[in-house]
Design a protein. Structure first.
Length: 300
């Protein structure tokens, strides 16, 4: 049976990413790039989880076969290796028990893919699925069908540069302010650029006629699966409506295709509360293939 070890730094994140790469499919919860973004999109100590989060890894035969990431006391993300010989439900039950021991929240939620192997263990632990709540939907694009590069009059596009850190972080914060406050700082961006599988030539910026950075798109290429994840994309509110978000995304994906990417992946909200990004990606040719579901239980 796999054994648990609590998160102990960047090496463990890399081991989690290796599992995600090894077991990736259109219905898998995480791409390796998503874990890097989730970890470093806020200022963190790379050696340990933050004060309100916990991460645990389950190991067998020298590799990670499952992990739980409690992003807060009331919110758990998890992923399992479905190829292992031991029952996935047994590992899922251990992840849920670990979360319950760590969390003091009276109401707990777990976010997994619809049809995930953990569902029986969640139901056994008293969680109930809510398929009507907000969710993410994985979208795929065969990069042979990627639209041509787009010209936006007055704007230019290029990969990010070393001196862009402050402006790059500021654009992200402003672009996502209508969704919720972001703590993505220049410091966080520096850490992000050191994380696998970040590549500077897949981190693209759009610049206005004065040379100011006004939009960005970051793509993460997993060379093992040839899947390029788009995460995140943002455009300053005062520059919206010109097609910049789509153009900078297409530019980054063209470079990813040049580097060997075959499939584009993006996971926007699938519900109608924040439908704009989904409509953008579908206009580029992305199509939905799988979705997440939130399971919740009350302990009071």
């Amino acid at each position: 049976m796999p054994t648990r070890r609590d998160f102990a730094g960047p090496g463990d994140l890399r081991a989690m990413q290796a599992m995600c790469s090894r077991v990736w499919s259109p219905s898998a919860r995480f791409h390796p790039g998503q874990l890097a973004w989730n970890r470093y999109s806020e200022p963190v100590d790379p050696s340990r989880p933050g004060p309100d989060e916990a991460i645990a890894l389950w190991w067998a035969d020298g590799e990670v076969v499952g992990f739980g990431w409690a992003e807060s006391p009331d919110w758990l993300e998890l992923q399992l290796d479905p190829t292992r010989p031991e029952p996935a439900g047994a590992v899922a039950a251990e992840v849920v028990a670990w979360f319950e021991d760590w969390s003091d929240a009276p109401r707990q939620s777990v976010h997994v893919m619809a049809g995930d192997q953990s569902e029986p263990a969640l139901a056994e632990a008293g969680f109930r699925a809510d398929p009507t709540s907000w969710h993410f939907t994985h979208h795929l694009l065969d990069l042979r069908e990627l639209p041509p590069l787009r010209h936006v009059p007055g704007y230019g596009f290029r990969p990010a540069e070393t001196g862009d850190a402050a402006a790059r972080a500021a654009v992200h914060r402003a672009a996502w302010a209508d969704v919720g406050p972001s703590r993505f700082t220049a410091e966080a961006y520096v850490h992000l650029r050191q994380a696998w599988p970040y590549r500077r030539d897949l981190d693209w910026a759009a610049l206005d006629p004065t040379g100011a950075l006004v939009a960005s798109a970051l793509v993460w290429l997993d060379d093992r699966t040839h899947v390029a994840l788009v995460e995140p994309v943002g455009c300053l509110p005062q520059h919206r409506g010109r097609g910049l978000a789509g153009a900078v995304t297409v530019a980054a994906l063209h470079r990813a295709r040049d580097l060997g990417a075959r499939t584009g992946l993006v996971s926007p909200r699938g519900d109608d509360d924040h439908a704009g990004p989904r409509h953008l990606y579908q206009s580029l040719g992305f199509h939905p293939v799988a979705r997440t579901v939130t399971w919740t239980r009350s302990l009071d």
